[in-house]
Design a protein around this ligand. Structure first.
Ligand code: DP6
Length: 330
């Protein structure tokens, strides 16, 4: 018996960068994301009493480095199910892994959905979101589709740091064009990068104290489908996060020259040609252009023309993590 789940990565428009508590993986800032449709992780989970430890295969190869984090997240589900049986986990992505395209978000979301089914727990989405957060903060958001918000927690038991759906994908069908400028793994992962920023960036306190206002403004822009307002707050929030990264010690510079060329190109398209598009970028050199569906062709062509852009991916907004049929390929 095995369960297979599929989850799509999400792209944060208002970013989570910084932890309030590393043990519980609690975010210091709230966030707002859009879940993609075209990119996915599929994960097969099978519990097997003959295993002495969990086995993880990522894109066909054993991945001992990622195993500890995966096992720690599975332990939470095992505890709820009252079992210690180890699992065989087979996971694959149809997009570059650990390169700033949120593979840990879709990875942990798919993991908890498959493990929940395989253990017969039937947990609600809110609980699954909290469990995915323990694996990776951004994964809490991939349990839901469309526009998703996640507040920094307030409750004493701290388990309110979970994502919530804000608007369905069909209610405001934006598109995302991803300019892949590098297929290599990032040198400093998000978790380590955030901790470095928290301890060393002189801008970190201002970043954290401004996050709630950005989240409120972005949620209002989504509710009223105000693309210009969402553009303004999202680009500003992204650039503030990169200012925090770049002012950390040693500095975190995730961008390449090509990344900057893409950002300038998207600004020029908007300011000179009136194309409804804005940029965002995470802990990697890729650029994500968020646009109205009518702008996709123009945006994709402009990004593909930039020297150094290796691939352009186009996606609409998609659904949250779901179980898939046993027959579907991994
Ligand atoms: C820049 O969720 O990968 O993509 O909780 O340590 O696993 P961990 O971090 P992760 O960080 C995501 C950072 C970001 C912004 C975002 O997605 O909100």
């Amino acid at each position: 018996m095995a369960a297979i789940a599929q989850a799509q990565p999400n792209i944060a428009l208002i970013k989570y960068w910084g932890k309030r508590d590393t043990k519980l993986n609690l975010p210091a800032t709230g966030s707002l994301s859009i879940t993609l449709a075209a990119l996915w992780t599929r994960t097969r989970v099978e519990f097997d009493e003959s295993l002495r430890h969990d086995e993880l295969r990522l894109n066909g190869s054993q991945d001992p480095a990622a195993r500890a984090r995966t096992s720690a997240c599975l332990d939470l589900l095992r505890r709820l199910a009252g079992t210690t049986t180890r699992a065989r986990i087979d996971s694959c992505n149809n997009f570059p892994t650990a390169a700033g395209l949120a593979s840990s978000a879709s990875g942990f979301a798919a993991l908890v959905v498959a493990a929940d089914a395989e253990l017969g727990l039937a947990l609600d989405r809110r609980t699954l979101s909290a469990l995915a957060r323990h694996g990776s903060g951004s994964a809490a958001r991939s349990l839901f589709g469309g526009f998703v918000s996640m507040a920094a927690d307030h409750r004493a038991d701290r388990e309110d740091a979970v994502a919530e759906p804000l608007l369905d994908a069909a209610e405001w069908p934006l598109a995302v064009v991803v300019a892949v400028t590098s297929h290599t793994r990032k040198s400093v992962g998000s978790g380590a990068g955030m901790e470095r920023s928290r301890h060393t960036s002189p801008f970190y306190p201002a970043w954290v104290s401004g996050a709630a206002a950005d989240l409120t403004a972005a949620c209002a822009a989504v509710q009223t489908r105000d693309f210009a307002a969402l553009t303004a707050v999202s680009e500003h929030n992204c650039l503030k996060m990169h200012a925090v990264m770049q002012s950390s010690q040693p500095p975190l510079l995730y961008w390449s020259g090509t990344t900057l060329d893409c950002l300038q190109c998207l600004r020029a398209l908007r300011e000179r040609e009136g194309v409804e598009v804005f940029f965002t970028s995470d802990a990697g050199a890729q650029v994500k252009a968020v646009c109205l569906p009518g702008a996709v062709t123009r945006v994709a062509a402009a990004l593909a023309d930039i020297p150094g852009v290796e691939q352009v991916l186009i996606s609409g907004l998609g659904e949250g993590a779901q179980l898939v049929n046993d027959g579907e390929a991994i």
